[in-house]
Write a protein that binds this ligand. Sequence first.
Ligand code: SRM
Ligand code: SF4
Length: 559
Amino acid sequence: MTDLAPIEKIKADSRGLRGTLTESIADPTSGGLAEDDTQLLRLHGSYQQDDRDIRDQRRAQKLEPLWRFMVRLRLPGGVCTPAQWLAIDEIARSHANGSLRLTTRQTFQFHGIPKGELKESMAALNAALMDTIATCGDVNRNVLASNNPVESPAHYEVAECARRLSEHLLPKTRAYHEIFLNGEKLAGSPEAEPVYGKSFLPRKFKTAIAVPPSNDVDIFANDLGFIAIVEQGRLVGFNLTVGGGLGATHGDAATYPRLADVAGFLPADRLLEVAEAVLTTQRDFGDRTNRKHARLKYTIVDRGLAWFVAEVERRSGVTLGATRPFEFTSNGDRFGWLEGFDGRWHRTIRVPAGRIADTFDQPWLTGWRELAKLHRGDFRITANQNAIIAGVATPDRAAINELIARYRLDAAEHAIPLRRDALACVAMPTCPLAMAEAERYLPQLLGRLEALLERHGIAEVPLILRMTGCPNGCARPYLAEIGLVGKAPGRYNLHLGGDARGQRLAVLVRENLDEAAFLAELDLHFEAFAAARLAGERFGDFLWRSGRIQSPAAATAGG
Ligand code: SRM
Ligand code: SF4
């Protein structure tokens, strides 16, 4: 029998994810943690990182890396109150690096928290009724739900479903409270984990709920998904999706991005049973020997969808019905004001690469803080790294507009569609897995692409570009019309041909290109697109229709 991956023993022996985290955090001799504790810390929502920009310099000075901690909030459906925003803002300024990072999974990340300030940061979150439990590691992560949440009563129900799913699939261990919040110390055996067992899951596990026609959560990239079926304005149930995931390793054909399968229909009131059955099936059958083969997508490919569905039906006691018809028309956000079904207003604001910081001409951190002081509804983070000022009464709109204008919060919206919809993952300098730049390089890249598009007269055509610093796919580049995936410093693989609904994978067309080479390649495609585009045709669709890209393995999800 093949050996278990080393982390399996760390989890199993951790006494409910405690390990020696309390001691490691208190140890004054290092800014970092004991090796095994770095793994366990993830399941509590934090990663040990170092500043890669100064890694070599520190090494030359014989200093340990400058250990700092990334902390990720649990925010089901991306919802937080203005008071919570203010608490988050305060932590960013007093403990982290002075910026907030909105992620592609509808939440906030802090970067740069020193070890000695971890507990204080967690305590401040706790005081604002927030936590970071299970936002990283081999557990069910932050649950996504389609924005805008109060666009219809069904959206409201779906946001509530996301919250219930998140609670239901939380680990039961009190380790988080003990380690970070001075909770009572465990005496005796660790708490039972009826859903997870003592080794938790073989790998990360991601859940999302989408409300057609918007696929803003990119449901097909998730291990587990629910497509809301709304009839006569009422949520009647969900189409279940299983086995999506994007992570891959360069040069390893056994790893690949995969779109989820649509497995059948379930009534709305059986959501939790079915979710738990999917999760426990993966818990019991996922590959615990090879982390690169451990996601649910590989379990389903290896054993077959029919087997998987039968197992989920047996465990949940729910027989899935025939998939109900659904149609997605977009996977992006809609900017500007939108009126909700209840007469309240929602304003989506573009936040490039999700980064909110104060700079000389864009005092965005301050601007959002001022908004939070004034706003009486709530905030919603989108899965496209943007934020929504939600639930605004008509008379309050003017004051909000005034703040948006004063702090130039909408500066990134007065731009061509490419700039409004582009995503970039964090990458350098905090991500230890980055092979190339992404977030920091995006502004420069967009400028060059914009010039090309203008030259061909197609700058106003919607176009989705997403880039990542490595093949893990955190900004979902494999679902973009243009995906750039970092291979080495300054070099990227070029993927083309995703659609604008998150239902078609882009294909790898050229590898290891420097900027000049991929711009030249794109220039040729843009020229052809400008010359032969049909009315309303998208770039990704054109590439397939014109035969400029093709693949025997072309995959489309959900028809
Ligand atoms: Fe991710 C690992 C950042 C969404 C696939 N991701 C990481 C780490 C934690 C690096 C690490 O393991 O040490 C990155 C931290 C960088 C930093 O400094 O902040 C990181 N991932 C992010 C975020 C912040 C990207 C962003 O710019 O917004 C997103 C945080 C989401 C959240 O709030 O939970 C983020 N990551 C995603 C997504 C998109 C999604 O879920 O919709 C994916 C692709 C979907 C998927 O999971 O298949 C994704 N991240 C990965 C993977 C590859 C997983 C795999 O199956 O191979 C890794 C590496 C790993 O797990 O080994 C990874
Ligand atoms: Fe880091 Fe790679 Fe994810 Fe970008 S895609 S944040 S480089 S793991």
